[in-house]
Design a binder for this molecule. Sequence first.
Ligand SMILES: [Zn+2]
Length: 199
Amino acid sequence: MQYPEPIAKLIDSYTKLPGIGIKTATRLAFYTIDMQEEDVTHFAQSLISAKRDLKFCSICGNLTEEDPCSICQDETRDPSVVLVVEEVKDLMALENTNEFRGRYHVLHGVLSPLAGKGPDDINIDTLVQRLQKNEEIQEVIVGTNANAEGEATAMYLSRLLKPAGIKVSRLATGLAVGSDIDYADEITLIKSVEGRTQM
Ligand SMILES: [Zn+2]
C-alpha cells in the first residue's frame, strides 16, 4: 500500500537531511502527524525563517540576520587579530568561551585534494581581500581542526599570508590530534588560543 501523498512528501523531505534514512524519515513523518498543530506550525516557520532571514556576513562569513554581522560591527573588539575557522559552529564554540576578543573569518570548509576542494572552493578569497583592504590586521590565527586537512589548510594559509607581512599563528596543540574545535571543552579552547604558536 502506498502512503497518502502528504505523508509520502513529508517522508521524502526528511530523507534530504543528513544521516536520515527512509526508516527514520518514516518514523519522523508519523511523529510529526501526531504533534500538536501549533508545534508543527512553529516548526515549519522556524525552517522557513532560518533559510530566509539568515545570510552569510560579507566580511567574515558568519551566519547573521544583518550584514555585516554583530561581531564585525562591534567596535570594542580587537581589529588587529583575525581567527580563521572552518565552520560557523567553530566560531560559536570559540565565542561561547567569551575569551577571544578579536574578529573571525569562516572558511566554510577546508582544502581537501581527495574531495576535489581547492582554494577557490572555500572562503579564502575574501580573507585575502580583507587583509589587503584592512591595514589594522596584524595577526591571523588559524583555528582549523587538528586533522590532515586542517593542517594542510593551515600550511596553505601560512604560505599565502606570511609574505604579505602578516603574522600567522596556529591554535595550540591542547587540542588533541584529530579533534574538532566544536567538540572541545571551553578550558581547552581558551588555552589553545592563549598558547597559540607562530607558524
Ligand atoms: Zn562578520
